[in-house]
Ligand binder design. Structure first.
Ligand code: DOR
Length: 447
């Protein structure tokens, strides 16, 4: 990209972009209303800003259903501001901030704070996720209705980090949220099967002396919750699917009548990394659910390609240095993901021919926007649609360095890896929020 020229009026002209990876580049004009005004070979216009994209692939701005922004409470690990910077640099125009903050986002005051702070930062739409149970305690429902009615208009609820273990509470949450079109996003992990779990239960964990996290602890909760969703008419979203067995179950369940009320996500790290990496006990590879086997990775890639798993969500989980730079058992689980997601997807899914650029638009933008009920994200790149756009240089190669990523956390599992493709610019409602590694706030307000 050669830089930005300032000329006249309409808001922005993108010169030479390839929507969904099309062969022939076109120009894309954004009007003052932040919507796409024209697409084609455009003459000189009165655009206030001209961005020369040099044939970059244009995709709808990415939507992350699963981001940990750590504010309030652990601002030493991440803030809404630093997480928004990472999101904009990664091509995201909307993120869902998980509720496991301190205080927990289980009431209107906290979710409104998160939303307002996101608007002040003004780089990406920050949608707070509400907790399902009070204090993530798993004992009684949180103030779901008041979060839904609040100015934050919460639609996605999750105890992520913890499983909603009690079947009756899960049933009630599905029933309650279905009354207003809400979704319950479950962290599927039977606590009774995973006491002290440290690693995928298998040969590697046994050899390394780490307590196992067996795949059926995920699969059995997913099966139970699908049945509860079917029974109640509620909407269930399965967080971070990690095992071949879960993918197989979802394939069967979703092919049945009514199976469509269940959706699922997979993380970039579960599409690439396996428990072989645990050899050196490096806590950067500790995550929950854990990295599993080659067979699981293959099954997850297939499930995403088929649409059995709808979308990619990062589970971006920044941690302060002292929580990762310690021995395995004391380290917190979690990995950075916002700035590497697109590249990992190109590496694991696009280059092997499992998905094309249009499919990437589906799994990174359209499907998550649909699941969360956002009507202004995940829209086609067409005239009249909101100009939420990620520009990608498909030829780029870069080596991941935690120190060079946004924020203070360093815990990328892709440290030192050379990955293909890179987000070169992000446009949110017609304003350039990130370009060539730098961000600029749009100061926008969520509708
Ligand atoms: O690895 C994880 N980290 N998994 C979770 O479910 C929670 C997350 C966190 O909050 O750090």
């Amino acid at each position: 990209m050669n830089g930005v020229e300032r000329t006249g009026r309409a808001r922005l002209l993108l010169r030479s972009v390839r929507p969904y990876g099309a062969e022939e580049p076109v120009d894309l004009l954004v009007g003052e209303d932040g919507r796409i005004a024209d697409i084609g070979e455009l003459e000189e216009t009165d655009a206030a800003e001209v961005l020369h994209a040099d044939g970059a692939v244009a995709l709808p701005g990415f939507v992350d259903l699963h981001t940990h922004l750590r504010e309030p409470g652990r601002e030493d690990a991440e803030t809404i501001e630093s997480g928004s910077v990472a999101a904009a640099l990664g091509g995201y125009t909307a993120v869902f901030a998980m509720a496991n903050t301190d205080p927990v986002a289980d009431n209107a005051v906290v979710v409104e704070h998160v939303r307002r702070r996101g608007e002040e930062v003004g780089l990406v739409d920050v949608h707070p996720v509400g907790a399902v149970t009070a204090g993530l305690g798993g004992q009684r429902l949180a103030e779901i209705g008041s979060m839904a009615r609040s100015a934050a208009r919460v639609r996605l609820f999750s105890d992520d980090g913890n499983c909603v273990d009690d079947p009756l509470l899960m049933r009630r949450a599905l029933e309650y949220t279905s009354a207003f079109g809400g979704v319950v996003a479950q962290h599927a992990q039977d606590p009774g099967l995973t006491p002290g779990a440290q690693a995928h239960e298998g040969a590697n964990a046994a050899r390394l002396g780490l307590a196992g996290w067996p795949a059926p602890a995920e699969e059995s909760v997913v099966a139970r919750d699908c049945m509860l969703a079917g029974h109640t008419g509620g909407s269930l979203h399965v967080c971070h699917v990690s095992s071949a067995g879960t993918a197989e179950f979802l394939r069967w369940w979703r092919s049945r009548p009514g199976g469509g009320s269940v959706s699922a996500e997979v993380t970039p790290h579960h599409l690439l990394l396996t428990d072989e990496l645990l050899e050196g006990y490096d806590p950067r590879y500790k995550v929950n659910p854990p990295l599993r086997t080659d067979e699981d990775v293959r099954a997850l890639r297939e499930a995403l390609a088929e649409g059995v798993v709808d979308c990619v969500a990062t589970d971006h989980a920044p941690h302060a240095e002292q929580d990762k730079d310690c021995e395995w058992s004391a380290a917190r689980p979690g990995m950075l993901g916002l700035q590497t997601a697109l590249s990992v997807l190109v590496h694991t899914m696009l280059r092997p021919g499992l998905l094309d650029w249009r499919d990437l638009a589906r799994v990174l933008s359209e499907a998550p926007a649909r699941i969360a009920g956002l009507d202004d994200q995940g829209r086609p790149l067409e005239v009249g649609e909101p100009a939420n756009i990620a520009l990608v240089d498909p030829q780029a190669e870069w080596t991941v360095r935690g120190e060079e990523l946004a924020g203070t956390a360093l815990n990328t599992p892709f440290e030192g890896m050379t990955l293909p493709a890179r987000v070169t610019a992000t446009i949110s409602r017609g304003r350039v929020t990130a370009r060539d590694g730098r961000t600029q706030p749009y100061g926008g307000v969520l509708r």
